[in-house]
Design a binder for this molecule. Sequence first.
Ligand SMILES: *[C@@H]1O[C@H](CO)[C@@H](O)[C@H](O)[C@H]1NC(C)=O
Ligand SMILES: *[C@@H]1O[C@H](CO)[C@@H](O)[C@H](O)[C@H]1NC(C)=O
Ligand SMILES: *[C@@H]1O[C@H](CO)[C@@H](O)[C@H](O)[C@H]1NC(C)=O
Ligand SMILES: [Fe+2]
Length: 478
Amino acid sequence: MGQQRLLLILILCYFVQIALGGETSSFMRSQWPSTDIPLDNEAFVVPDGHNAPQQVHITQGDYDGKAVIISWVTTAEPGNNEVLYGTEKNIYNLKAQGDVRNYTFFNYKSGYIHHCLVSDLEYNTKYYYKIGQSDSAREFWFQTPPEIDPDASYKFGIIGDLGQTYNSLSTLQHYMQSGGQTVLFVGDLSYADKYAHNDGIRWDTWSRLVEPSVAYQPWIWSAGNHEIEYRPDLGEVSTFKPYLHRHATPYMASKSSSPLWYAVRRASAHIIVLSSYSPFVKYTPQWIWLKNELKKVDREKTPWLIVLMHAPMYNSNDAHYMEGESMRAAFEHWFVKYKVDIIFAGHVHAYERSYRISNINYNITSGNRYPVPDKSAPVYVTVGDGGNQEGLASRFLDPQPEYSAFREASYGHSTLELKNRTHAFYQWNRNDDGKHVPTDFVVFQNQYWGSNTRRRRLKKNHHSWSQSLFASFEDMLV
Ligand SMILES: *[C@@H]1O[C@H](CO)[C@@H](O)[C@H](O)[C@H]1NC(C)=O
Ligand SMILES: *[C@@H]1O[C@H](CO)[C@@H](O)[C@H](O)[C@H]1NC(C)=O
Ligand SMILES: *[C@@H]1O[C@H](CO)[C@@H](O)[C@H](O)[C@H]1NC(C)=O
Ligand SMILES: [Fe+2]
């Protein structure tokens, strides 16, 4: 009897799996060639005026969203490090003092890179800010997020592997039309390391390219392999040198020992940023930090637990296949235990979304080497399709693995709109002949609040085992 029941369930499993089978979109779109925009293009325009601030970018400056770090570059002289700000246009009654740094990379000399922490801000408030001096001063604004609250709605954009081609520009422009309030950037920014001597000029152009978005809203940074820039042949042996000089992160607010991994909370989300290219195995600082940070996550306050990394743990593209495997071995059991909602990664230059699956029962002595449906597991999203000069990763593994829900090799970006503690609308938007086309859409049910509700409902309705099996497959659709 028991055996028959098991067989029935296995058959059900098989058919449900077929019915839900993943989709490989045959659509492929790369309108423009994978070459960088020329240096003299207006996308990289240098602002007018002596020593005018350029490459202006902001990021969250604290744990809970009441601070920003404002960064900019001056080229003729250091100038001052001051940010003037206030809540009314043209009335800058507040002032913050930052610092300045510069670096060399082989024969490249950077400009003067300013970082200024502006803190004690009010939530849900528009701030105007001004940097630079006299005639060449520039003015921008940003909006602070709502207070940390489980039902605070908020719209994030997700961009990865952006680079600086016309495809990159298209992705950026589409994102800017999306209504996204903050970008979760999953690594590989400028691709300056593709140039002779990792020409830092291409860091400057990239930072001017993205300024129209990132001067007005925070981009939450994570580092990719193109940020490592380890060039012992050029005498450049300190890793992540340009990236770390240019991009400040609020890592100390989450008790991290490195700007490369940290966490922030924003609206109803707890966002954990990891570094695929820093040590993360057991006993390393990143491992210890993550272990502690996960314990600090309070889903009653921030229901949405989101992790960013560069190299995807699940991805079925031929490119970079299994490069995230070592991090999967180190961290997947925690991600399942803590019911992470979504893990965003880049690296692979195509789009892919997984079902909720895990492979935590696998060890090298057990034979369970296939990922299985797991309702506690995150959904894995690879969005390394920003549009950089390396082009698309168009060769997917065939057949499509069962864990893969949707994949397509086109450029684009994603948005994640947190509605309340239980629901979030997620969308991937391809760049289609220069048009922004919503392509992959799913409604996420929160892994903490959604499943609490479901568990109560299941108990009340006395669902049978096979019905709850269906319920768990349904969950794979979220
Ligand atoms: C930084 O700028 C100062 C002042 O111009 C200069 O003296 C110094 O050499 C620069 N440092 C580096 C590392 O480029
Ligand atoms: C390996 O995995 C199997 C199956 O999950 C489990 O029974 C076994 O205890 C594991 N071995 C070790 C050493 O953890
Ligand atoms: C949460 O948002 C979803 C989607 O907009 C909506 O259907 C649901 O009713 C909301 N829940 C609550 C408790 O407001
Ligand atoms: Fe990468």
